[in-house]
Ligand binder design. Structure first.
Ligand code: FAD
Ligand code: SF4
Length: 470
């Protein structure tokens, strides 16, 4: 018998041409063909002790679904993933697999790991294209008479709701915005995560019996106490995310043309500014845009600016390329598309014209010193190294904190000094009986899959709590 040939690298995934794609909102990564998915699936060693599963916050049985791909039984592969993950087409696109399942894949020790994320996306997309919408009702255990209110319809709320519904509980999600999905719809742009994919996966959650009430701001319409005492919910899960933008507190931040990344991306993604005049909600960013920050949110903003017609889109970041917190893939895509990186640089002032509109940004150069408590080399300003960049708009993408409305209207809900809801790590329980929390509102801005993992854990804990209240 011949020894299996070792394919050292992941099979690549086709991308749209960089120059062309930077002018439109079409999805950049095109996904594996069936042929490539089969070749990539063959790279998996089907380990007896698969380390990859330990790296998945929702515990997908990775080798089992890859084995089903090899058998060309794509529906069973999709079902296998959905046993643990209700949003596979989303996770296959945006999860940072390189720091989770793929980081632990045994192949990664000597070669590139199996492209688990791309295979997950292949299977999920296959199901969306080829199978009838799956009616999962038959898998739901007997209905109980318990009702749970989930606040916020991001990945954490959706996951918690789906798992509770599968356990037979009545679940209502209350969402402040007019479309459900949280950051998946208002933050991550269409060219990375098409909104019809998000809508399809949310429909699948609804098919489990989950009700979603949009335009329902908890803290205004009802307080948490009213949901429990007047609306009769037996438990509440708070998953309101981290949508409160941080600012730099430098002169000029109140000028016209300065946006938080949150507002900028919401106006483009949710309000469809890029479809003006079909949608009468345009955004005027001019031709030169500076984005301050180095994470995924900053990359999304800079790439969005190019697509809105900017001919200069800058990333301004105070450390070096090595420390950029965004996914490597996103940085690479931004560079290919023509985003200009001003590294080891930080703004000190935004300049305005006589009409109060942005006309430029003054920056200072930095160098790297010794590692700080985050383990990264700390940025140190270089004396008298100021310089100016002419820009028409500035987008601030330096981070977000938890949405404050629910804590403010729930006096006995404890939060920490950053405003994050405090929960017991094991039970997901807050300081308030029957009220649980998870996702970004607890952890601070993190990732889709960590928010989902928290939703999953909370669903199990809420189920235990509800059974105890029988
Ligand atoms: P959210 O997704 O923020 O959802 C919270 C929901 O609660 C929102 O819909 C909000 O409207 C609603 N809400 C808030 N207050 C109330 C209220 N009072 N009443 C009712 N509803 C309320 N992660 C990745 O893994 N990969 C990526 O590539 C990635 N890219 C990102 C790009 C951007 C631009 C941003 C902003 C984030 C990105 N993230 C990424 C992070 C990821 O999206 C978040 O960690 C994740 O969405 C958190 O999920 P969540 O359910 O906790 O909160
Ligand atoms: Fe396959 Fe890698 Fe998981 Fe082993 S660790 S089962 S090779 S994906």
């Amino acid at each position: 018998m011949t020894k299996k040939q070792v394919i050292k690298q992941k099979y690549s995934m086709p991308l749209l041409n960089a120059k062309e794609r930077a002018t439109n909102f079409n999805e950049v990564a095109q996904g594996y063909s069936e042929e490539t998915a089969l070749l990539e699936a063959e790279r998996c060693l089907q380990c007896k002790k698969p380390l990859c599963i330990d790296g998945c916050p929702v515990g997908i049985e990775i080798p089992s679904f890859i084995q089903l791909i090899l058998k060309r039984d794509y529906q069973s592969a999709a079902d296998k993933i959905k046993e643990k993950n209700s949003l596979p087409a989303i996770c296959g696109r945006v999860c940072p697999q390189e720091s989770q399942c793929e980081k632990l894949c045994i192949l990664g020790k000597k070669n590139e790991p199996v492209a688990i994320g791309r295979l997950e996306r292949f299977v999920a997309d296959w199901e969306i294209k080829n199978s009838e919408p799956v009616v999962l009702e038959h898998k739901i255990t007997d209905k109980t008479d318990k009702r749970v209110a989930v606040i916020g319809s991001g990945p954490s709320g959706l996951t918690c709701a789906a798992d509770l519904a599968k356990l037979g509980h009545g679940v209502t999600i209350f969402e402040a915005l007019h479309i459900p999905g949280g950051v998946l719809v208002y933050g991550i742009p269409e060219f990375r995560l098409p909104k019809d994919i998000v809508a399809t996966e949310i429909e699948n959650v609804k098919k489990l019996g989950v009700e979603i009430k949009v335009n329902s701001v908890i803290g205004q319409l009802w307080t948490i106490d009213e949901l429990i005492d007047e609306e009769g919910f037996d438990a509440v899960y708070i998953s309101t995310g981290a949508g409160l933008p941080y600012f730099m507190e430098i002169p000029g931040e109140n000028l016209n043309g300065v946006y938080s990344a949150n507002e900028f991306l919401t106006r483009v993604n949710l309000m469809k500014a890029y479809k003006f005049p079909e949608y009468l909600t345009p955004i005027n960013i001019g031709k030169r845009v500076a984005v301050v920050g180095g994470g995924n949110v900053a990359m999304d903003s800079a790439r969005t600016a190019l697509r809105l017609g900017a001919n200069k889109s800058y990333i301004i970041y105070r450390r070096s390329e090595k420390e950029l917190p965004a996914r490597g893939e996103e940085v690479e895509h931004a560079m290919e598309e023509g985003v200009i990186f001003k590294l080891l640089t930080s703004p000190v002032e935004i300049l305005g014209d006589e009409d109060g509109r942005v006309r430029g940004i003054v920056c200072q150069r930095y160098e790297l010193g010794e590692p700080d408590e985050s383990g990264r080399r700390s940025p140190i300003p270089i004396k008298d190294s100021y310089y100016e960049i002419k820009v028409d708009s500035v987008v601030i993408a330096i981070g977000q904190g938890p949405n404050p409305l629910v804590p403010v209207t729930t006096p006995d809900l404890k939060v920490n000094n950053r405003g994050n809801v405090i929960v017991d790590d094991k039970s997901s329980l807050t300081s308030k009986p029957g009220v649980f929390a998870g996702g970004d509102v607890v952890s601070g801005a993190a990732t889709v899959i960590l928010a989902m993992g928290a939703g999953k854990k909370a669903a199990m804990n809420i189920n235990d709590y509800l059974q105890g209240t029988n």
